[in-house]
Design a protein around this ligand. Structure first.
Ligand code: TTP
Ligand code: CA
Ligand code: CA
Length: 661
């Protein structure tokens, strides 16, 4: 990684008056700071190929050319590349898959089962949807090992900046690392700028031929040719590609996994790049190639333009072609879709994205859930599931260091769905004692008791248990940080006492608008921290990569006003789809057609995402007065600001829309 071996050959006869680079010394400084406004910035996105399928292949020692798919109940959730060559995909039903690929290995995901204290791979799990719940622990464990390998391969922070974007994806901000390598290879860049003026242009790179090895290179924009001299933005991409090649090699050699990567100037382009050539390849989108690369996409294929916003843009401008949209001036975009959205859209179709790679990877909350079909009807049944949820969550807490008191959650939530209503109960986890399985189960049962006391508990269609509000525990000597923790703990205790004393934490305290808007460093951190969850759904596979988008929530924004029409549109779409393809259904929440067999899982996935979003908003905007709201009854739809969308419901005002997949 630190080798100074340049993959560059000098071009003979390139003498004569040297032209200057279009980049300045200031840009070089910005590169060393990983600044989002640096035009030399290099971001990589790494995505594991057919991830769950590879996990099973590695675990079972299956040959690389053997077709394999991962099964969950009666559906396939991951399909390896040899199986894809037979025409298999995630959307194919099992009998069809067997027909297309008779030699296919189908491995069911591991499950938790009542009475067992650990998840297991079981021969009968596909038939046991009523007694088992999915465990993603095996994949989570592999994900952690891969992340650790990536971090080991890179130099330490601050040169290293790694963001876990989902269970099988990371973003790397390679800028500072590349800056280091660059100065080592090109000492002429290390000195102070001429006249000490940071706005002086850099000398041109001393070369014309760059060796990209086996990387996929996206073709250049029509205004450019391969004969054009490279500038420093090409050189930094080249160094980035060397680093990523090393990272991928380490993952392959140490852990046997293949992955694909995209290398580009920002997260959006890097992510599009990693999907360009799969499996086991890396794609470089040079700055001079961005517009050409994007022109092959319909803009509705770009993140956050797949759903309603995309449709709105299509109908406003009568096209889904990105190149046509490029001709629309900014003020016209703004006039049609609102100021913020218009500005965002204008940049996005030009490949602009200034979102940061966020290197905090700590877990923010853990969730374990199960949907019941048929619904469950007794406290006995519910408590059996609570026991499984607690075992599931506790096992993960142990890995998080809860036994050593490294980190501990502050609160427990129980969400309960009955008919169209979701109710949530929350209690603080006592800070005075060690967290163990028994105490967590007691707390969960108390929460269930509160739901039951309210009435209308049965039949219950879904239960989810989560713990959140993680904070660093206290080990050894208390520094100033220790006192801060103590202060917070005191607040937890106070809130608990208020609840016990019958003080009903008011709606005001809970409502978005009335929540305290105090935001500090800790809080910002919490807001961005990842949460982990498991359930019958996996909401952890990359639905939200954290790109910056305007929150589509401005009442003066035409997009917002128009959304009232969409329910009708949705209905007719659903009807049409049902007539044409009865085996598929139309999801109103993300505007996608989904196989009927996956309807329940898909809706649960939205449900989990909604919960997570809500959690994010809570910890994100409330610093001191954490809302230990005892009970919030949430009707399915309506004007109340505490309404959570029901299945397939709309997002809340201020809540970011999340695309599926
Ligand atoms: P993806 O990265 O979307 O897909 P993949 O890794 O299987 O294949 P690719 O080579 O195209 O990247 O998802 C990662 C894992 O998340 C996937 O292996 C299984 C899980 N997953 C689901 O369980 N359900 C889903 O609908 C999707 C999209 C993924
Ligand atoms: Ca993947
Ligand atoms: Ca992925």
């Amino acid at each position: 990684m630190y080798s100074s071996q340049p993959f560059i050959t000098s071009s003979p006869g390139a003498a004569g008056p040297r032209k200057k680079s279009k980049f300045t010394f200031k840009h070089l400084t910005l590169l060393s700071q990983s600044s989002v406004s640096c035009p030399l910035r290099v971001i990589a996105h790494i995505d594991l190929d057919a991830f769950y399928a590879q996990c099973e292949m590695v675990r079972l020692g299956v040959a690389e050319d053997q077709p394999l798919a991962v099964q969950q109940w009666q559906g396939l959730i991951a399909v390896n590349y040899p199986a894809r060559a037979c025409g298999l995909s995630r959307f194919i039903v099992i009998p069809e898959a067997k027909k297309l690929c008779p030699q296919l290995i189908m491995q069911h995901v591991a499950t938790w089962r009542e009475g067992d204290d650990k998840w297991a791979y079981r021969p009968d799990s596909s038939q046991s949807i009523n007694t088992d719940k999915v465990s993603l622990d095996p994949y989570r464990l592999q994900s952690r090992r891969i992340l650790a390998t990536i971090k080991e391969t890179l130099p330490p922070a601050p040169l290293q900046k790694v963001e876990k974007a989902s269970i099988d994806e990371v973003f790397l901000d390679l800028s500072a690392h590349i800056h280091f390598v660059l100065l080592e290879r090109y000492p002429e860049l290390a000195g102070p700028p001429p006249y000490d003026d940071p706005l002086e242009n850099l000398p041109q790179p001393p070369s014309t031929v760059l060796d990209w090895q086996a990387d996929a290179l996206v073709d250049l924009d029509s205004s450019q040719t391969e004969d054009d001299d490279p500038d420093w933005d090409d050189i930094v991409m080249l160094i980035g590609s060397e680093i990523v090649r090393d990272v991928r090699k380490a993952i392959r050699e140490k852990l046997k996994y293949t992955c694909s990567a995209g290398i580009a100037r920002n997260k959006m382009m890097a992510k599009l790049g990693s999907g360009y050539k799969k499996p086991n390849s890396q794609t470089i989108v040079r700055n001079r190639a961005i517009q050409h690369f994007l022109s092959d996409f319909k803009f509705t294929k770009i993140r956050n333009l797949g759903g309603k916003l995309g449709e709105q843009v299509v109908s406003a401008f009568g096209t889904d072609q990105l190149t046509e949209l490029l001709t629309v001036p900014l003020d016209q975009l703004k006039a049609k879709v609102g100021d913020d959205t218009g500005t965002w859209l204008h940049g996005v179709i030009r490949g602009e994205d200034t979102s940061e790679v966020n290197s905090r990877t700590q877990i923010k909350s853990m969730l374990s859930a199960k949907s019941f079909r048929p619904s469950i009807n007794s406290i006995d049944q519910a408590e059996k599931w609570l026991r499984i949820f607690v075992a599931d969550i506790y096992a993960r807490l142990v890995e998080e260091g809860v036994v050593e008191n490294k980190r501990r959650p502050k609160t427990m939530n129980l969400h309960h769905r009955q008919g169209g209503q979701t109710r949530s109960k929350q209690l603080p986890i006592s800070s005075g004692r060690r967290i163990d399985e028994g105490s967590l189960l007691e707390l969960a049962k108390t929460l269930l008791g509160q739901v039951i006391v309210d009435g209308r508990a049965w039949p219950c269609a879904n239960l989810s248990l989560s713990v959140g509000g993680f904070e660093d525990g206290v080990t050894g000597n208390r520094g100033i940080g220790g006192f801060l923790v103590r202060g917070d703990e005191a607040k937890t205790v106070n809130s608990a006492q208020r609840l016990q004393n019958g003080h009903d934490s008011t709606d005001e305290e809970f409502r978005w608008g009335k929540r305290r808007k105090v935001v500090d460093e800790t809080n910002i951190q919490r807001f961005f921290n990842k949460s982990e969850s498991t359930g019958e759904y996996d909401e952890d596979f990359g639905a939200d990569s954290g790109f910056q988008t305007p929150e589509h929530n401005d009442a003066t924004d035409p997009g917002h006003q128009q959304s009232s029409n969409t329910e009708q549109d949705d209905q007719s779409k659903e009807q049409k789809l049902h007539e044409q393809q009865p085996e598929r259904y139309f999801c109103k929440a993300c505007h996608k057609s989904i196989p009927r067999t996956e309807e329940a899982e898909h809706q649960d996935w939205h449900f989990a995402k909604d919960l997570e979003n809500e959690d994010r908003h809570q910890t994100g905007t409330d610093m001191i007065g954490h809302p230990y709201s005892n009970s919030v009854v949430k009707p399915k739809r309506g004007g109340s600001s505490t309404t959570r969308p029901g299945r397939g419901g709309k997002t809340q005002k201020g809540q970011k829309k999340l695309a599926f997949g």
